[in-house]
Design a binder for this molecule. Structure first.
Ligand code: GDP
Ligand code: ZN
Length: 405
């Protein structure tokens, strides 16, 4: 990230400076560098930006971008990272600087959904009016994405400019309604976008059931705004009574819980019902039985898959990238090795309690407003655990996330 935006460089909404010569004529036009455009000042705010110089501002004010921008007139900031609250960009006068969407010629474009992204540049797009198109991603779209590697992901809704040679160019990526992300170095790696729900698959045994892992997956789904379903697989391997009590913990919080076995067929009908007509991403460790569920439970998927998959018949389970697989009865399923770890991305410790839905009623009762419910005194959450109102298992799952275990 560069903040030394020199004359002749274009400052993009993701706070990067790009020399003008990096854009081709068409891209510059799209950026609005045309006679009718004018320079506009945009305020920006980096998450958790550290102020280099102490100021008489309250935290509340700092959180308010506009107020901070006003105050910036009367103060000097020093050091990199907080050079200014405003930047000059060249843009359409009416372009909304906070809107990551580019102005493009919509008339000549078609809309579609990314089935599969291949590397940073290519993807397969299912067009809304039928058919699919191999597409390249226009460079400016990549430049404008926060993480260049990730400008276009499976599930993205895109605007495509069809080319004479039968391919397409991705002109714009629409804002994502939901995401499933993981941390990748210092960047967010969005694995899939705009899915409705995540099927969190954990096995009753082999590998042994780890409720803390369910909790981690639940936080991740919550963060990405994705509805979560808990699926405990391989239930044929264990006694059902202890399993029922764990399933009950999640069911009482309000999650859909389904117990399945690819061997006995238990839970299969319910699972099919839960997935049908929806867009679902499967998450869970390797070996928990996701493939068996897909193959055995949804055999029609195999039939449909061959039309979409172009990896030389090796089958989708060797696929290293996220891919949307259409279900015969409507809806999609996404399975990807990238989701199996579900390393949490950008979840601050103080934010975790918000994703433990059953903690919420107790949080206001804690003595300290920034209580992390770990070592603090007069903690209403810990009291609720002691009173049996919050499951100990869930509290342990919470602690593991907050303490980084
Ligand atoms: P994935 O890595 O999550 O896709 O897991 P797989 O579907 O490849 O399954 C891993 C192993 O667990 C395989 O040896 C399967 O035969 C076995 N398995 C999968 N589902 C079940 C089940 O419901 N019951 C039992 N007993 N074994 C299962
Ligand atoms: Zn507390």
């Amino acid at each position: 990230m560069r903040f030394d935006c020199k004359p002749g460089a274009v400052f993009l909404v993701d706070h990067t400076c790009v020399p003008v010569e990096d854009f081709d004529g068409e891209e510059l036009l799209a950026l609005g560098r045309k006679p009718s455009s004018r320079k506009v000042r945009v305020s920006f705010r980096k998450n958790r930006q550290v102020r280099v110089r102490r100021q008489n501002l309250t935290h509340d004010t700092l959180d308010n971008t506009e107020a901070a921008a006003d105050l910036a007139h009367g103060e000097r900031l020093s050091g990199k990272g907080a050079l200014t609250r405003q930047r000059t960009i060249i843009a359409d006068a009416d372009a909304n600087a906070d809107d990551p969407r580019r102005a493009v010629d919509e008339q000549s474009c078609v809309t579609g959904r990314v089935l599969r992204a291949v590397g940073a540049n290519h993807c397969l797009v299912q067009l809304d009016d039928g058919g699919s198109l191999d597409c390249v991603v226009r460079r400016v779209v990549r430049t404008m994405a926060r993480d260049a590697r990730n400008a276009v992901v499976a599930g993205d809704k895109v605007l495509v400019l069809p080319q004479a040679n039968g391919t397409g160019v991705i002109e714009r990526v629409e804002p994502r309604r939901t995401t499933i992300s993981r941390g990748s170095g210092r960047h967010e790696h969005v694995i899939v976008a705009n899915v409705d729900q995540a099927l969190i698959v954990v096995s009753a045994d082999e590998p042994p059931l780890k409720p803390a892992l369910i909790d981690r997956f639940l936080v991740s789904a919550g963060k990405g705004n994705v509805h979560a379903i808990v699926c405990i697989s391989k239930v044929d391997l264990v006694e059902s009574i202890p399993l029922q009590s764990i399933a009950g913990i999640y069911a009482r919080i309000g999650y859909d819980v389904v117990l399945t076995s690819a061997v006995t067929g238990q839970g299969v009908a319910r699972l099919r019902e839960l997935l049908s007509g929806r867009e679902t991403v499967l998450t869970g460790q390797s070996g928990v039985g996701k493939s068996s569920l897909i193959n055995g439970v949804l055999p029609e998927l195999e039939l449909r898959t061959s039309h979409v998959s172009s990896d030389g018949g090796k089958g989708r389970h060797t696929t290293r990238v996220a891919e949307l697989l259409p279900l015969a009865g409507g809806g999609w399923i996404v399975d990807t090795p990238g989701i199996r770890q579900m390393q949490l991305w950008d979840v601050a410790n103080g934010e975790v309690e918000g994703y433990f839905l059953e903690f919420r009623p107790f949080v206001p009762g804690c003595r300290f407003p920034d209580c992390l419910h770990t070592h603090e005194q007069d903690c209403a959450v810990k009291q609720a655990v002691a009173d049996g109102l919050i499951s100990e298992l869930r509290y342990m799952g919470y602690l593991r996330i907050v303490l980084g275990e």
